[in-house]
Design a protein around this ligand. Structure first.
Ligand code: PMP
Length: 291
């Protein structure tokens, strides 16, 4: 396969030339932020929302991204154009940049910015048709008073521990609990349950990532007259739900069939899930930035 063009620090280069310093604090300490974004038929889905979250993540860790959002938008679009893409996953990363060894970010004068694309296919079609099997993971999410899960930082080890747990258990995904035992989200997706026609998802203040897909699904459901509540949910509420699904940029809207060996609802994607999969797919090509 031919090399893709990668944007790094002001230049578009072949991927083999896209390199960062071993002294970059993104590598040394996971000090940095990122976004996973999608291009659908030439439309960068909810581009501005992703950039708003990227800049908020940077602001929260006291890092100034040295270019404007408009410039960043153009870099995302140009990376897609130079790779001749109409449909793709796009990864945007801003690290603290190279500095002296030691935690202090104040010794890192210039953040590193890079953008690459990937042909990502998270799950085969059968999972969208039949649903995922998931477990509750052993590692709880760190609480918002230690580090806000709203920050999409380069330090994803808590999520990775959950993914290891899920894969080692022979399932596709894991649900992550808060310290108090509430269901928060999956390892890299938000979670929804439906019961008696009402859709429920954990509120952002519980300590989750405020997913762009989550927000879109809430809007679409409400526009369809479905009541949506942002309320804490327990494992009991997941086990006894009529429907359960996950949302994320890579996964989109994906049904969940089994949680901790309990078959959810009828054991197949329910009407609300199917409707939202369809409604979500319909807006991916129109809602966003045309490249
Ligand atoms: N939660 C976590 C922890 C994530 O990393 C992500 C992003 N993959 C999501 C939820 C979903 O967010 P989005 O819909 O913005 O991709």
């Amino acid at each position: 396969m031919s090399q893709q063009v990668v944007y790094i620090d002001g230049q578009f280069v072949p991927e083999a030339e896209a390199k960062i310093s071993v002294f970059d604090h993104g590598v040394l300490y996971g000090d940095g932020v990122f976004e996973g974004i999608r291009l659908y038929d030439g439309n960068i889905f909810r581009c501005r929302e992703h950039l708003d979250r990227l800049y908020d993540s940077a602001q929260a860790i006291a890092m100034k991204i040295p270019i404007s959002k408009a410039e960043f938008e153009e870099i995302l679009a140009e990376t897609c154009r130079r790779n001749g893409l109409r449909d793709s996953y796009i990864r945007a990363v801003v690290t603290r940049g190279p500095g002296t060894v030691g935690l202090s970010p104040f010794k890192c004068p210039v953040p590193t910015i890079f953008v690459f694309t990937a042909q990502l296919r998270l799950y085969p079609d059968e999972y969208y048709r039949d649903g995922l099997t998931v477990i509750t993971t052993a590692h709880r999410r760190y609480s918002s008073d230690s580090f806000s899960p709203r920050i999409k930082s380069l330090n994803y080890l808590n999520n990775i521990m959950g993914k290891i747990n899920a894969v080692n258990s022979g399932v596709q995904e894991g649900l992550v609990l808060s310290r108090e035992g509430y269901v928060l989200e999956a390892t890299a997706d938000n979670v929804f349950v439906a019961r008696h026609g009402i859709l429920v998802t954990p509120p952002v203040y519980m300590g989750i990532l405020k997913g762009i897909t989550r927000d879109a699904v809430i809007e679409l459901a409400r526009a369809d007259g479905i009541e949506v509540r942002e309320e804490p949910i327990t494992q009991y509420e997941v086990y006894t739900a009529d429907e359960c699904f996950l949302t994320g940029t890579a996964a989109e809207v994906v049904p969940v069939r089994v949680v901790d060996s309990r078959l959810i609802g009828e054991g197949r994607p329910g009407p609300i899930t199917l409707r939202l999969i369809e409604r979500f797919r319909a807006i991916t090509t129109t809602d966003g930035l045309k490249i």
